[in-house]
Design a protein around this ligand. Structure first.
Ligand SMILES: NC(=O)c1ccc[n+]([C@@H]2O[C@H](COP(=O)([O-])OP(=O)(O)OC[C@H]3O[C@@H](n4cnc5c(N)ncnc54)[C@H](OP(=O)(O)O)[C@@H]3O)[C@@H](O)[C@H]2O)c1
Length: 326
């Protein structure tokens, strides 16, 4: 089969399209023919071994797993003898980062618990755009943020992969959503349901006097003290992404602020979760959430796709189209 392989950590230049052996499912695994796979910052972290600590689990000098790619959508080709939930021909999607990645390939094996049946009303490309970004948004808003109907919720970094899901999921929970993005993304963010849009090139949301019950920081940078000022007295701040300084402030200062006051501040480390993905699937089937795809590349152009994601200005998700339906 064809796959995008890397033998050493580095820039997208180290990725090569190669012919490799097709994997065989173990007893508790499913073999999937991959139709589409999306690109996430998790792939970039593994590719570059950045942060350095990644080497402790992924191979100190060179990567143990030679194929990255986590968010797949495809069709079940074969199942191991202990697999109960799927059979040959099922259309599935999921985040296989917990199964060793391997999605930038024509076939991949994954545990059944990483997979959910694909919504019938979506293409493989749309389905591949969903798992990691949407589950991160859901876990930030619901698990960490304890979102409630009627709350005023602010999403900073609303126009990227995670942000566009976060806006829609927060709306599905009945929140009043303020989305922060740049001028060129105002229309898309409004069209997916944001009640208010703040163009960060024109206005600083930390200076306009508004307060929010829940803030999900997905991109950009503001000091934690700024976020604290625009939270309501009982408000919650969840740092999901953005600048490294923002992550360390949430990790180091967040627990102290949460312990000593009424506001809750902390960071999110999203994990693949089948129930959460199934919940997102229901929102999709109910028409409450839909993925937004910025660009679609063929498998041979994974390096270009990653370079584009790394520029940091994707409008929604970047997807790789691996195979076409006959
Ligand atoms: N905590 C977790 O478990 C977890 C899980 C997944 C992802 N993440 C992290 O979450 C972050 C976002 O992921 P993603 O997939 O959404 O990234 P992405 O798709 O690459 O985000 C790009 C978007 O961010 C916007 N943006 C850039 N600078 C901004 C700023 N200063 N203010 C507001 N928006 C800004 C861009 O809009 P403009 O072009 O208009 O600037 C663009 O639409 C990344 O740092 C990623 O590592 C964390």
């Amino acid at each position: 089969m064809k796959a995008i392989v890397y033998e050493e950590y580095g820039s997208p230049d180290v990725l090569e399209l190669r012919e490799v052996e097709k994997p065989t499912p173990k007893d508790d695994e499913v073999l999937i023919k991959v139709y589409a796979v999306s690109v996430n910052s998790a792939d970039v972290h593994l590719l570059r071994a950045d942060p350095f600590m990644i080497r402790l689990s992924s191979g100190f000098l060179k990567p143990k797993n030679k194929i990255i790619g986590a968010d797949i959508a495809g069709r079940v080709e074969a199942v191991g003898r202990n697999v109960k939930q799927f059979r040959q021909g099922d259309e599935v999607f999921g985040d296989i980062s917990g199964c060793g990645f391997g999605g930038f390939a024509e076939y991949v094996c994954a545990y059944e618990n990483a997979l959910v049946k694909k919504p019938a009303n979506m293409s493989f490309e749309e389905a591949a755009a969903v798992p990691m970004a949407a589950v991160t948004a859901l876990q930030g808003l619901r698990s960490k943020g304890q979102i409630q109907p009627g709350q005023k919720v602010l999403i900073n970094g609303a126009s990227g992969g995670v942000g566009l899901f976060a806006v829609q999921i927060a709306k599905a929970f009945g929140a009043e959503v303020t989305a922060v993005c740049s001028t060129r993304n105002v229309d898309i963010v409004r069209s997916i349901g944001a009640d208010h849009v703040i163009d960060y090139t024109q206005e600083d949301f930390t200076q306009n006097g508004h307060r929010y019950d829940l803030i999900l920081a997905v991109n950009g940078y503001h000091p934690i003290s700024d976020y604290r000022r625009v939270l309501t007295p009982q408000g919650t701040y969840v740092m999901s992404g953005g600048a490294t300084a923002q992550m360390f402030e949430a990790m180091l200062q967040g627990p102290w602020i949460s312990m000593t006051g009424s506001q809750k501040m902390g960071n999110l480390l999203a994990k693949p979760n089948k129930e959460d993905l199934a919940f997102v699937k229901e929102l999709i089937e109910a028409g409450k959430v839909k993925p937004v795809i910025d660009r679609c590349y063929p498998l041979s152009e994974v390096p270009e796709a990653i370079r584009y994601l790394e520029e940091g200005h994707a409008k929604g998700k970047v997807v790789i189209s691996v195979a076409q339906e006959n």
